[in-house]
Design a protein around this ligand. Structure first.
Ligand SMILES: Cc1cc2nc3c(=O)[nH]c(=O)nc-3n(C[C@H](O)[C@H](O)[C@H](O)COP(=O)(O)OP(=O)(O)OC[C@H]3O[C@@H](n4cnc5c(N)ncnc54)[C@H](O)[C@@H]3O)c2cc1C
Length: 383
């Protein structure tokens, strides 16, 4: 965390909010993180506590049960989760699902889902990826067949964050077999409670982010009311996803910068304490130069991120710039985590050391939310 620079979007009220979020995470989440990593999901009441403390849907209008604040508040929550060094809490996905409902839902849908998501009673997940379709989203096979006033959904999803706890899945499906590609896709909100034919599969074993419930989801003749379609008509799903992805990518970028700042703080502290060759690790020029380079890059990252946050709040963040932030900042996060781990020597490879977990956690940031290769593809289209 830079001491001589303050993000231009910060203010006194946000600083106060930041303090309360930090206190909450230190008291209610950090002590449980090791157990949550072992069980591969957070405790259910962690969601409700987070809702009660105002961490969920901070930027959703009060009339829909949210905090009625700005995206800066959401950014503060995302940063503080990063600074706390916990990767178990899928609050970014909760935000993303809420923003789909806010953007495309009817008033009735907003009333039904958003207050419950803000309180943590309802956990959201986003179901796009399938075993046969990740980057190539148009290739999804999960099909929603119309049957009266219901859809009958068949198919499966994989790598779904919050999958174990999910009560509400924003599901990408094909609704129109006569259409090819993007035009065939719609988003349907699936309420999973006591839903016949719905099954949560394995919680997947990952190399990092062990506390996140990343799951397979199965849909076998699942009946969902047509009223749960998101948007005024079918075939809008692909366009809706493309519209919302910059928001998702910015949340990934925020967590990337918070993680690099934390990794550097942890490593500077370690380098000051670690004794070797009659001095400290920090006395070695290589250590100082490595940390100086990383600190410089983290600061460049921070300033770019702040510009993106400002632009999102002003409604001017375009897809190409959000994609730049996602790829570059997550690549830097990984490189800095690697450099910091190296400076810890063998201890950096031990799971009990935060820097080890941060290195493992950072790897997936280059993959999800659209891979970094897809980000470059999107940027190149705007050249
Ligand atoms: C921990 C975790 C959590 C996730 N959470 C969710 C979630 O909550 N919801 C959800 O729907 N999905 C989620 N995902 C899925 C994630 O978004 C996909 O893994 C990602 O989009 C890539 O898809 P894929 O795995 O099928 O890889 P593929 O699409 O098969 O890609 C394989 C390789 O090919 C490259 N590639 C693909 N297309 C191109 C191209 N056009 N040009 C150049 N290179 C290309 C990719 O960059 C990659 O390197 C999660 C994944 C992980 C690992």
């Amino acid at each position: 965390m830079m001491t001589t620079y303050t993000s231009p979007w910060m203010n006194e009220e946000l600083a106060f909010f930041r303090k309360s979020v930090r206190q909450f995470l230190q008291q209610e989440f950090v002590p449980h993180d090791e157990r949550w990593r072992a069980q591969h999901h957070i405790d259910r009441d962690g969601w409700r506590k987070a809702g009660h403390a105002g961490l969920l849907l901070a930027d959703v209008p009060e009339e829909w049960g949210g905090g009625g604040a700005t995206f800066a508040h959401t950014a503060v929550v995302a940063e503080e989760v990063g600074y706390a060094g916990i990767s178990s809490f899928g609050c970014a996905v909760q935000e993303i699902v809420a923003h789909y409902v806010l953007a495309y839902g009817t008033d009735g849908q907003r009333r039904t889902w958003l207050p419950a998501m803000a309180s943590g009673d309802l956990v959201g997940a986003i179901g796009m990826t399938e075993p046969g379709a990740g980057s190539d989203l148009q290739a999804i096979k999960t099909f929603a067949r119309r049957d009266g006033d219901h859809y009958v959904i068949d198919g499966s999803k994989t790598f779904i964050t919050n999958g174990y706890h999910a009560d509400l899945v924003c599901l990408a499906v094909k609704t129109d077999p006569s259409q090819r590609g993007a035009k065939a896709i719609s988003l349907v909100m699936v309420e999973t409670g006591d839903l016949a034919g719905y099954r949560v599969g394995r919680t997947l074993e990952k190399i990092g982010q062990h506390g996140q419930d990343t799951c397979e989801l199965f849909f076998d003749d699942v009946r969902v009311p047509v009223a749960n379609l998101l948007g005024p008509a079918e075939s809008r799903g692909f366009a809706q996803m493309m519209e919302q992805l910059p928001f998702e990518r910015l949340l990934v970028a925020i967590s990337a910068v918070a993680a690099m700042e934390l990794a550097l703080d942890v490593t500077v502290r370690y380098a000051k304490e670690r004794k070797l060759f009659g001095g400290t690790l920090l006395d070695l020029q290589h250590t100082r130069f490595t940390l100086a380079e990383c600190r410089t890059e983290a600061h460049i990252a921070r300033v770019f991120l702040d510009s993106c946050i400002g632009r999102l709040m002003a409604g001017t963040l375009d897809t190409a710039t959000a994609s730049m932030a996602k790829w570059w900042l997550t690549d830097k996060q990984f490189a800095i985590a690697d450099a910091c781990l190296q400076l810890h020597g063998g201890y950096g490879y031990m799971n009990e050391y935060l820097v080890c977990r941060m290195f493992a956690d950072s790897r997936v940031q280059r993959i999800y939310g659209g891979t970094n290769e897809i980000m470059k593809e999107l940027i190149s289209r705007a050249l």
